[in-house]
Design a protein around this ligand. Sequence first.
Ligand code: 5AD
Ligand code: FES
Length: 361
Amino acid sequence: MDIEKILEKEHLEKQDILMLLAAEGDNKKKLFAKSLQVKLKHLDNYVHLRGLIEYSNICTKSCLYCGVRSKNTKVERYTISDEEVLECAELAYKLGYGSVALQSGERFDPDFTRKITYLVKEIKKIGDGALGITLSLGEQSEDTYREWFEAGAHRYLLRIEASNEALYYKIHPHDERHDFKQRLSCIDILIKLGYQTGTGVMVGLPFQTLDDLADDLLFFRSKDIAMVGMGPFIPHPDTPLYQYADQIPSVKERMDLTLKMIAILRLMMPEINMVAATANQTIDPLGREKAIAVGANVIMPNLTPNEYREDYLIYPDKACVSDKPDQCYTCLDIRMQSINHKVLYNAWGDSVAFLKKHGQK
Ligand code: 5AD
Ligand code: FES
């Protein structure tokens, strides 16, 4: 079938997705043009911001790809003080970001979970509930997820990382702390509790095939997920997966595949929120702009105080590690203008797909 016919389809099947993932040259350009057109039709040219606060790099897990895995002893561990978190949130409010995202290594002890509840409630007080709150704090019990939701968090990001169980266990230790079924169940619980739930995968992992990537996209659609974050895998030298660094697609290929994943998913799920992950910018200086131009609509500028950023290197050479938050502010605005997009300030920027599903739009 030719590409134009596929791009006009209402419902993409797996073989269509595989064709699009393999598109090159003119066909790839057609895919990207179509995904941009679909995005503009459904979501206009707005870009939503989530001020990212990397709260702590203390982690109980040891994912084989992640630079802050507990077994990496080279990392100095930190947790940001309550005052600093609230200062970051105040700054997000002042800069008009509209939302913050609180991300951290995974802990589930009561000291941690209660602290998060407290911080969510305090952030909610800023500007009288002006800030939307996204949490990205890993796998937790249903009670914890509920407690945080009731405290005022309304979005949650938990990437599945790889929706193929066999691949999942090639990139995670196979033990009770890294359980594929448990991760799936967490995503289901988050959806059930009423969170705008986001998931996602890394692109260009060792052992990952185009078939896996097609299944990842079908997985997002089957869960009717509200938000997705996908970024290229970046091998970190202090992690076990680094040994396969010479067996993965090149930087350019990983970038290209990520862009195709974003573009195809935009065709499949026109109204979800999709983030242009920082990992895109790390492997390509214009990576975030490219992601926005093919279908993403969210950016997460980093608000973490600079002194901690060097210790939150989930992958090496992370972008913007030495930039001051207010530099990001002007930089982002100009970058988005350069691709005819507009940053929408002072708005939560909720997932239109989610709002419609719940009769709120
Ligand atoms: N390369 C790219 N992304 C990574 N993540 C963790 N380690 C890496 C890496 N080496 C992503 C995971 C995780 C998110 C916080 O960062 O997908 O969910
Ligand atoms: Fe950080 Fe541009 S986004 S300086």
